[in-house]
Design a protein around this ligand. Sequence first.
Ligand SMILES: Nc1ncnc2c1ncn2[C@@H]1O[C@H](COP(=O)(O)OP(=O)(O)OP(=O)(O)O)[C@@H](O)[C@H]1O
Length: 643
Amino acid sequence: MAPIPRPAVDSVVPSRAWDALTPPLAQWILDAVSDLGYKRMTPVQASTIPEFMQNRDVVVEAVTGSGKTLAYLIPVVERLLRLEEPLKKHHVGAIILSPTRELAAQIYSVLQKLLAFHSPSAAAIKPPNDEPNDCQDGDQEPPIVEFSTSTLKVVPQLLLGGTTTTAQDLRYFLHYSPNLLVSTPGRLLELLSSPHVHCPQFSFEVLVLDEADRLLDLGFKEDLQKILGRLPKQRRTGLFSASVSEAVHQLIRVGLRNSKKITVKVKDAGGGEDRRTPSSLQMSYLVTPCSHKFPTVSKLLANLDPLPTKSIIFLSTCAAVDYFQHVLPSIFPQRDGQPFTLIPLHGKQVSKARDKNFARFANSTNPAILLTTDVAARGLDIPQVDLVMQIDPPSDAKVFLHRCGRAGRAGRKGLSVVFLQPGREAEEYPGFLERRGTPVSKLISENTAVEDPDGSVAAVAASTMRKVVLTDRAIHDKAQRAFPSWLKAYSKHQASHIFRINELDWEDLGKGWALLKLPKMPELKRWEGDKSLGVGVDFLSYAYKDKQRELLRQQAVREREGNPRLEPVASKEKRKAWSAKLDQHAERERRREKKRTRRERDRWEHMTPAEREGQKELEDMIEQVKQQKAEEDRFEEFHGFGD
Ligand SMILES: Nc1ncnc2c1ncn2[C@@H]1O[C@H](COP(=O)(O)OP(=O)(O)OP(=O)(O)O)[C@@H](O)[C@H]1O
């Protein structure tokens, strides 16, 4: 295996042998890591494990793919196995929280691999959807079975919304009495709400927030606040991420105790600047108009040497993934006589499809491409990912390094490419990234440049994809939904001074998206170009593949012909441009804020004292984050870094 990036900044601990730690790790752990082929600790493991095993909280920021998972799993299991006596039945000793189901499942799988070397724990591992066979009926009150607590062991449980019901999770909990829970916030909260699940101070040891900055985002605020309210304050806490911002470090003062900040960055090739990305990962950009983006992706896939085993394409919305999954295979090349397998994955797929698609990608033996959104940006560890392509930069600049970091993991060579449109994007975005510690350089290679002086390459690609769209009106519908949603995402980019809607080239976008026409959108009201994009389509006879759907459409056409007033007309509200809606938005936001405050007050009145404590703790954390962010913004503004 290629060398792991070397540490810098706060971390002074280099990569070390596993048996060099004091206090030493248990023999079974040494056997496990040796069997897994991990000869030495990575820098983040060498820095974190000794601290987290002792009574210290840790805030760990280390580049993607640097081995953070084992850096917390080893201390967590060691702590549970070094207790003086086993925990009482139905008492939880440790919790690991992750923002997504896929990441939680992955953490659980690493944990299983580790515990396989600890015989008492290995015997306790059951599949997460295991139905204890003495209680199959979902509606019955779960029986509480006797559970042997004489041996110290780690009994893990994976909690995932979508795969099991809360009742099934609770039955599993009551039957096997797990002491270590790996979960997403929502599902954990549901379990902790049961009076049968206990986390008292004398039992509860440690809480880990993986992708901590994402978990501290406002989207998770309520759940996290309630979770903290149900956990004892006297506990160890570990925050882990590749982007624990300075703001999150302030949490040390409020949420964490006796804490240690561990930062593992890497030096750039010349040994100078600190980087926030692994040195095995080449971070690059390409300047391409929209209509050249996918032809360029094809060229990369056709020519990159060695052939990328697995690649990820990031799009900005779920609807775009739903649409492009149909058209892209028509323009993607074959390698060694084999097509690439294109697998869609996004957060609006039902859990089963999401799990299946993720497993298909992870286990694919053919060259495979995951077409996805930011749901796959963080934490996922699929070592064979060689290439990451960001068709659009993410709206949240912080997500950029997480997306890139799906490639170039654990010292393996990886390439990340972000596609920028000529003009402001190409001129300003690289500088914007550099100021955030994630510099990118222009990808210069014969393999990538699409020479297209007369636009014929783009035209051929658009025409090939349009042929696919014409085979089924349902694909056209998807495109017409996806394009406005992409535009909305574009308009919400954090760096709004770079990503400006009024500088977009609509005709080129229509070609790049292989649209049959531009959708009716307020933004196009004053645009005088050809909204049919020069594609002559007879929409009256353009049919759905699905027979039932087509019959309904034909019926609707007949009805409309009989009564032209039935033509659906977008409401006045819908026809307003985004920009014109801003004032209304502000007013609505003010009213919403008022309602929110009232709701919060009501909720507070109905809270238990413990929940109030949790709420206060979290509010303190968020306040600190806000203050720090404001300070950072002022600093950036002063130095001309502002967005
Ligand atoms: N000591 C080690 N030696 C070699 N490889 C290791 C070692 N520890 C972990 N790895 C490998 O490194 C890869 C990345 O590990 P992990 O997923 O924990 O990274 P991470 O730092 O959590 O990344 P991210 O920030 O993207 O979540 C895994 O494939 C893992 O098997």
